[in-house]
Design a protein around this ligand. Structure first.
Ligand code: UDP
Length: 256
C-alpha cells in the first residue's frame, strides 16, 4: 500500500480519517520517509468535543496529516452522524506499532513528557518489546516555557524522526503545532498518558472492557481526576444526536 489515506469524514466540524490500524501505520511510514514535519492526532471523544467547541484547537486538528479515531466515543459519534469509521486506532496501540516500525526501519524516536523517569522507563520497555529500537532521547514533561528552546534543540540535535509527546490533550497538540517544525522531526504525535502505561505506572483495562468500549469508564473509576474529562463524553454524543436530527430536518424540508 502507498500510505495514502482515505478522505477525512467530518464530525462536528472536525476531520477524522476513516483508517484501520494497518493503514494508519502505513501512512505514518510514508510521512517518515518523506519531507517536512507532520502532526498525527489520535482523537478520542473528549478531544473531539474540545475541537468542536474551541476554534484554535480545531484548527490544529484540521492541519494534521492524520487524525485517527481513538476510542469508542469517536466511533459512536461517527455512527450517530452516519459516517463510516472502520475501527478504533488508539494512541497507545498506534505508538507501539510505530515503535515496531521504527525498530525495523531504523527511524529514531524521541520520548517527551510525563513525570521525571517515566519517559526513560517507557523507552526502555519499548526497546525490550522491539529490540534495536533507536531511542533518540527522552525528556520529562514538567518544563517551564524558558526551558522549551533547550528541549527543541535537544530533539533536533538527536536527529529525531518520530517525536512522541505525552503532555495530555490538548496541551500536547498545541505544543506540537507550535514547535514540531523547529524540532526537525518528520512526525509528531501526542500520546496522552501512554508513557505511564508502558512504564507500568498505570495499567490498561482488561481486553474484554477494551472490546466493550468501556476503557474510558474503567479508567475514570480508577482515576477520579479524570471525571471532568469523562463527563464531557455524554456532551459530545448529545451534540452528535442534535447535529443528526438537524441534518434530517434539513433534508426533509429541502425541495425535491
Ligand atoms: N504531563 C506532563 N506535563 C504536565 C502535565 C501532564 O508531562 O505539565 C503528563 C502526565 O504526567 C501524564 C500525561 O501528561 O503522563 C497526561 O496523561 P493523561 O492520561 O492525563 O492524558 P490523556 O490521555 O487524558 O490525554
Amino acid at each position: 500500500m502507498s500510505g495514502s489515506v482515505p478522505q477525512a469524514v467530518v464530525l462536528l466540524g472536525v476531520p477524522v480519517h476513516p483508517v484501520t490500524m494497518d493503514e494508519a501505520v502505513e501512512r505514518v511510514h510514508a510521512l517518515l520517509r518523506g519531507g517536512g514535519s507532520h502532526l498525527v492526532v489520535t482523537l478520542n471523544a473528549p478531544m473531539l468535543g474540545r475541537a468542536a467547541r474551541d476554534e484554535a484547537y480545531r484548527r490544529v486538528v484540521q492541519a494534521a496529516a492524520l487524525v485517527t479515531p481513538d476510542g469508542m466515543g469517536t466511533l459512536l459519534v461517527g455512527r450517530i452522524l452516519g459516517r463510516r469509521l472502520p475501527e478504533r486506532v488508539a494512541g497507545v496501540d498506534l505508538a507501539d506499532r510505530l515503535c515496531a516500525l521504527c525498530a525495523r526501519e531504523g527511524f529514531r524516536v524521541f520520548f517527551l513528557g510525563a513525570s521525571p523517569g517515566v519517559a526513560e522507563a517507557a523507552a526502555a520497555r519499548l526497546r525490550e518489546r522491539h529490540p534495536g529500537l533507536p531511542v533518540a532521547g527522552t525528556a520529562h514533561g514538567y518544563f517551564s516555557p524558558a526551558e522549551e528552546p533547550g528541549i527543541v534543540d535537544r530533539i533536533r540535535a538527536a536527529r529525531t524522526d518520530l517525536l512522541l509527546v505525552a503532555l495530555g490533550a490538548p496541551r500536547q497538540e498545541f505544543w506540537l503545532a507550535a514547535h514540531l517544525a523547529r524540532t526537525g522531526a518528520r512526525v509528531g504525535m501526542g500520546v496522552g498518558g501512554t508513557f505511564d502505561v508502558y512504564a507500568g505506572r498505570t495499567r490498561r483495562s482488561p481486553p474484554w472492557l477494551q472490546r466493550a468500549g468501556l476503557e474510558w469508564l474503567d479508567r475514570a473509576l480508577r482515576e477520579p481526576r479524570r471525571w471532568p474529562v469523562a463527563a464531557g463524553i455524554p456532551g459530545v454524543l448529545w451534540l452528535a444526536v442534535r447535529a443528526r436530527l438537524a441534518e434530517r430536518l434539513r433534508l426533509r424540508r429541502a425541495p425535491d
